[in-house]
Structures are given as structure tokens and as C-alpha cells.
Write a protein of this length. Structure first.
Length: 177
């Protein structure tokens, strides 16, 4: 007799959080394994995973198609800040398979301003990669405490001088007229 383990409430909560964040936000940040930087990608949620399309005449994937795993950061739709970070297995979907057809149908609805809405699936089959990013069962990654912002590049440029003291009075007079 084989034992099956039931997921803990924390696991269920994590899965629900990832799914809801992926469904609500149209943009995520992906860093393929071995790459130094994360890149923004538009995506869709389909059948328990994130699906993206890229390369060719679509968004650049920056080596994601050749990777087997990636770090994914999902953002909050209303505040645009980091909401959840996870690792995902990367799988390339082959054109003509049921998984590919379902992913393409979901992605078609998310693709804004497509030049060829009627034949977009055919174009993607010929020149693009459709990838499935399946969240792994590991606990969600801890979000960093710092902002991860890079220091500004040194420049000789300066800000302008403080506003002259009389300027606010002049502006207020113009509004009253």
C-alpha cells in the first residue's frame, strides 16, 4: 500500500498565493539559472503553471529557453512591488501538442497590439519559444530586505537651484485671475 502525503496548509497557501499573483499581474521578473539579472516578461497562467512566449519577433527571453530552471518574482498588481519569489522548472512546449495549444490560447488573450491576431499561433510555432514555468515544491523564497536598487552612475550633472522665494506668489496670482 502506497502512502500519499497531504499538503500542509502552508503549502496550499503558497500555491494559492503564486496562482493568484500570476493571474492578477501581467508582468513578472525571471532570472534563468546562471544569469546575473532578472528580466521582465509578460505572461499568462495556464493549467497550474506560468506560460511565456518569446524570441523571434516577440519579447526577448535572454537565455530562458535554454535553461532548465529559473528564479521568478511576481509583483503585486496594485502596488507593483515584489509579492512572492519562487523557483520554477522551465519546459519548452512543442507546437501541436495539447499543452502548447492550451498555452497559446491563454497567451493570445494577453498579447496586446498583436499585428496578426488571426495567425499569431502559426507565427509563434515557426519563430518563437512557448515556455512553461512550473513552480517547484520548495518553500517560497524569502524576499530580500533591501530594495535591490543599483547605485546611480556618477555624473557631473547637478540639480537646478532652489525655487526663487517670489515664484509661489506669482503663480498663485495667475490662478486667481
Amino acid at each position: 500500500m502506497e502512502r500519499t502525503t497531504t499538503p500542509s496548509p502552508t503549502d496550499l497557501f503558497d500555491r494559492a498565493l503564486v496562482e493568484e499573483a500570476a493571474k492578477k499581474s501581467g508582468l513578472l521578473w525571471v532570472r534563468p539559472a546562471g544569469q546575473p539579472h532578472a528580466r521582465p516578461l509578460w505572461h499568462a497562467w495556464h493549467d497550474g503553471a506560468i506560460v511565456v512566449v518569446g524570441d523571434g519577433s516577440e519579447q526577448p527571453l535572454h537565455g530562458l529557453a535554454a535553461s532548465t530552471s529559473a528564479a521568478v518574482t511576481l509583483r503585486s498588481k496594485d502596488k507593483w512591488g515584489r509579492l512572492v519569489a519562487l523557483t520554477a522548472a522551465v519546459t519548452r512546449l512543442d507546437p501541436g501538442t495539447p499543452a502548447w495549444d492550451g498555452a497559446v490560447e491563454e497567451l493570445k488573450g494577453k498579447r496586446l497590439n498583436a499585428p496578426d491576431t488571426d495567425t499569431i499561433g502559426e507565427r509563434w510555432a515557426h519563430e518563437c519559444h512557448v515556455l512553461r514555468l512550473t513552480p517547484d515544491d520548495a518553500p517560497l523564497a524569502a524576499l530580500p530586505d533591501d530594495a535591490l536598487a543599483a547605485a546611480p552612475v556618477p555624473t557631473p550633472a547637478t540639480t537646478r537651484e532652489p525655487v526663487p522665494a517670489g515664484l509661489p506668489k506669482l503663480l498663485l496670482k495667475r490662478r486667481k485671475r
